[in-house]
Design a protein. Structure first.
Length: 679
């Protein structure tokens, strides 16, 4: 069984809260490590390439991490359910640290890419298991708040990653982009051993190992085809043909396997759902554009505009600011007006405009104009990303909710992998010709050339050669963004095919991590629990108990209803003992206890009545059961459209959740009027 720290009766309230904070801090540390590593290398890439060479494969430093993280996500989630999440959280930390340390000591681009893939495997486990462990240590009402905190950390790290990477490159070395995670991760491993619960609920789940391998293999071959074509290999060469044929064979095998898998990693019947199909295609393009831009904009800023690595991280803030602005704003607007299609339509159009504006930049473009262009691009992306998950969750039946949500995230993440690879292939393909043309046959000194461009070495070039080199880079990067414009335009056309389905109440429970494509691996039941936790977290509990009393047909004040359910769990011989156990003032507990006694729900609050003190009478036990049923019915209403009555496992979980929510008492003390001070 899971260990719910917030309910452990043997701990006092202060120790409980302290322990939960330590556990959540440990899990947030894991999330921070994994999410930072997505973007921390973006501002270091020019220096890495200048040191190791291999400009043709620059994009794989990012792609290897994203692809490994995305492909491994389903396995981490299900293995944790089967064998215990704590041990797999710790295994993910170890794998991540090994990948980080080896990446830092890499002496070639090939070894760096390989070790980044190892790091990505660990990163996928950190992101998934840290989210899942929240349910083992946090009370139901607070889970939505903490899940939102994890999403916020994931989003903030997308902004901080380039800043931190630039700072480390400028003041230490690019290798510290990897070394810095080692002591932090080691601290997280120690904290995990000390604070995470040892016991966890083991859920019997079938793991689609073969489907995961086939899908990941097909994606890898297709990315190899796009990233190596026209640079390392000719498009019609034997290796390129082999990549395509191999990918097609793996996709055919994947389709065959998924039709027979007990729990397929990506159920094929989901593609019959028009909303899922369209939203996944749009999400793929959005991820394609977002990660491609985050990877190559620092290259433009450092090489073409000559800013230092730290400044290039700061210069990305307008793009991330635009993204945050519209992602938060669209969520609020959707909750208020109940319509969502207009935002991806407008967002993809603005995103295409932003890419076109980015393609116009060259060495003469001013700082403020560059910032405006990046803001427009980010503004467009933010208007799309969160909405797509809302649309998918709103359009599928309950039994497909978990797989549809993780599937939508998968396509966005895999789109990012393709975007970085394709942007890199176009850039490398264009750079050779553009440099030859700009330099007019002049040779470049060591440290600067087609294989790399160390920004420090660029500063030492003679002015004419420096200007020609920068111009060649600017033209190549401009082509990259220009080629992305029609791809974004295709996403704009796809948004018109996105059906608009009336929204369920649960669509108000947005996970901030969805804005940035945070990988998830939750079952449908876990996804519903998360949504309900968000929805009930903002309740004013005095009003809630008043509604429950009315629904249950009880003529009791909210504080009496609250105390009634406390006595289910804490039968006491007298009011003084009960008040001490709850940490409340006797003068405030006594009137509620007297009201319950007057209604025949408990024995005399003086402790001398029949039945022994404050023990519930049969009438009281029946009233408490009615409160639970009223709470369950209220939760069921929030799931209207998913027909909870048709799913026994959902009905059972709603009843358990109703009891758990009613059993929470610490934070209710002040709101119920028992104490002037928080518990």
């Amino acid at each position: 069984m899971s260990v719910t720290v917030a309910h452990a009766p043997e701990r006092d309230a202060h120790a409980q809260r302290r322990h939960v904070r330590l556990v959540i801090g440990t899990l947030l540390l894991g999330m921070l490590l994994a999410s930072l590593s997505q973007t921390i290398v973006s501002t270091a890439l020019p220096t890495i390439v200048g040191d190791l060479g291999g400009l043709d494969h620059l994009s794989w430093v990012v792609t290897a991490y994203l692809l490994a993280m995305t492909a491994s996500t389903p396995l981490w989630g299900k293995l944790g359910d089967l064998y215990g999440r704590k041990r797999f959280f710790e295994a993910a930390i170890v794998l991540f640290l090994v990948g980080s340390a080896l990446s830092g000591v890499s002496q070639s681009m090939g070894t760096l890419i390989a070790f980044r893939a190892v790091q990505g495997l660990g990163g996928g486990g950190l992101i998934v298991t840290s989210q899942a462990l929240v349910g083992d240590v946090v009370a139901p009402r607070d889970r939505g708040k903490y899940q939102g905190l994890f999403g916020a950390v994931f989003g903030v790290s997308s902004v901080l990653g380039p800043l931190l990477g630039g700072f480390l490159v400028e003041h230490l070395s690019w290798r510290w982009c990897f070394y810095v995670t080692v002591p932090v991760g080691a601290g997280g491993l120690l904290a995990s051993a000390l604070f995470l619960p040892k016991a966890a609920e083991h859920v019997e789940r079938s793991i689609d190992y073969l489907g995961t391998v086939l899908l990941g293999g097909a994606a890898t071959l297709l990315i190899l085809f796009t990233s190596l074509g026209g640079t390392t290999y000719a498009w019609n060469s034997a290796p390129e043909i082999a990549f395509v044929l191999g990918a097609l064979a793996l996709l055919v095998a994947f389709a065959f396997v998924e039709r027979r898998a007990a729990e397929p990693v990506l159920p094929l019947h989901l593609f019959a759902n028009r909303v899922f199909l369209t939203a996944s295609a749009i999400g793929f393009v959005v991820g394609f554009a977002m990660f491609g831009a985050i990877t190559f904009l620092p290259l433009f800023l450092q090489v073409v505009q000559g800013v230092d690595p730290t400044a290039s991280g700061f210069r990305l803030i307008p793009m991330m600011g635009g993204l945050l602005l519209t992602s938060i704003g669209t969520g609020q607007l959707i909750s208020r007006f109940g319509r969502y299609k207009v935002y991806p339509v407008a967002g993809t159009a603005i995103m295409a405009l932003g890419l076109w504006l980015l393609s116009l930049m060259d060495e003469t473009t001013s700082t403020w104009l560059t910032s405006v262009y990046m803001f427009v691009f980010g503004f467009g992306i933010g208007a799309v990303m969160q909405v797509l998950v809302i649309a998918v969750q709103n359009a599928v039946p309950f039994e497909e909710l978990g797989t549809a949500t993780s599937g939508a995230m998968f396509f966005r993440s895999i789109g990012g992998s393709f975007g970085v690879a394709v942007f890199g292939a176009i850039f490398a393909n264009q750079l050779t010709g553009n440099l030859m043309s700009a330099l007019g046959g002049r040779a470049l000194p060591p440290g600067v050339g087609e294989g790399g461009a160390d920004p420090a070495a660029l500063e030492r070039l003679p002015a004419p050669i420096h200007a020609a080199f920068v111009h060649g880079y600017a033209e190549s990067l401009g082509t990259v963004f220009l080629v992305a414009v029609p791809i974004a335009a295709a996403a704009f056309l796809l948004t018109w095919l996105l059906p608009e389905v009336p929204l369920r109440a649960t669509t108000r429970a947005v996970d901030p991590g969805e804005t940035f494509g945070m990988p998830t691996e939750r079952t449908s039941l876990q996804e519903v629990e998360r949504a309900l936790a968000v929805l009930v977290s903002g309740e004013e509990r005095r009003e809630m108990y008043g509604r429950l009393a009315a629904r249950a047909g009880l003529s009791l004040e909210p504080r009496a209803c609250w105390l009634l359910y406390r006595l289910v769990r804490h039968p006491c011989p007298d009011v003084e003992t009960l008040a001490e156990r709850l940490g409340a003032d006797v003068a405030r507990v006594a009137p509620a206890a007297e009201a319950l006694a007057a209604g025949g729900y408990v024995a005399s609050p003086g402790g001398n009545g029949a039945g022994g003190g404050l023990a519930l009478t049969p009438r009281g036990a029946e009233a408490a059961a009615r409160l639970v049923e009223a709470r369950r019915a209220g939760l069921s209403e929030l799931l209207a459209g998913w027909s909870p009555e048709e799913h026994p496992e959902l009905q059972a979980r709603l009843r358990e959740l109703a009891q758990e929510l009613l059993a929470e008492d610490d934070e209710m003390l002040r709101e119920a009027g028992f104490s002037e001070q928080p518990a």
